[in-house]
Design a protein. Sequence first.
Length: 398
Amino acid sequence: MKSDMKLRTTTPASAFKTLKRVGVTMIAALLVVASVPAITSQFASADEFDEKIAQLRNDMDRYQAEADKLNNQAASLQNALAQLANEKAALQAQINLNQTQYDQLVIEINDTEEKIKENQDVLGTTLANLYIDSQTSPIELIASSDNIGEFIDKQEYRNSVRNQLSTTIATVKELKSELTVKKTDVEKVLNQQKTARANLVSKEQQQASLLNQTKNDEALYQQLIADSADEIAEAKATQAALRARINNSGGYTLVDAGSLSDYPWNSSNCAMWGYLSTGGADGNGGDGQGYGCRQCASYVAWRIAKETGIYYSWGNAKDFTQNAINNGYVKGAPSVGSIAVMDPAKAGQGFGHVAWVEGVSGNMITVSQYNYDYGQGYGLYSLMTLSADAFDHFVKIK
């Protein structure tokens, strides 16, 4: 994706002045939409949760397909508003999905805590029985037994108690470990919910701003985007190529999405207007390092700086490979701590795309990235697992 400002590394500053002049910087702080549900613990059967989650994931796929269709349409006010409506619907579906996952986790946590309590009660009883039994020596057991068979039975009982003790301790440990994971998952869902709500508010702001600036007039909209038409077209070409490459290599599994708390740019300080970054460090879409905030190149340059202590200015995503080689880094197989680079579909068309490799398993990789539109709009973070074949090459950084 575009490396610098906005899509903005090679983009002249004049391309952003029109957007700034007409007030593209978003209106501050809308109230959270009333339809957004608060996190609550609603109890239902596990099967019902599974069905809800499956349906909501189907909804997300549908919004992704709609995003693909809209992305291929010509730039118009009607299309821009339709894109915002689709992104808002996708975010609401994500909020509903988070709610359902939260509700399911609350029940699972309650069940796990109950199982721990039950096993701890059994453990207490077992320990008491073992203590009493341990006071009796084998000689005393023989003396108190009517025959050798009874003695063997008592010995087997003692061994059974010890085995039960070991099993119960192992079960409690396993349940406590499971409980820790579930509580971590709850925190993750709550953070995703917060991010999804913030992004929904941002989309509402974008819609209000767009309507305010254009007064629902197509001519005003075309005037608004005139200076950025080339950048928008290039960004659309990049997204279309990226989506095609990912789909043709087997698609992806979304692990996490929304925004990343460590990365300094988000919907409040770098509002995305369509495909373009606004606000930022200079008020004009820049992240202060020569990239467009909330763009893929900005994120990966930040991630490289986090790992190496060096903030490189490597241009657009398509320029990262050669610039990395120029700085002594080496191309190779995908590995944790490498960058994954996708070149433009055609020379001179599109900015390319770059992501950070978080994990490798065979030919499948897990990458973190910004500004791949997974149905909820541009400028968002995503962690996804996909085929290494979706990218052209990898460069080892860490």
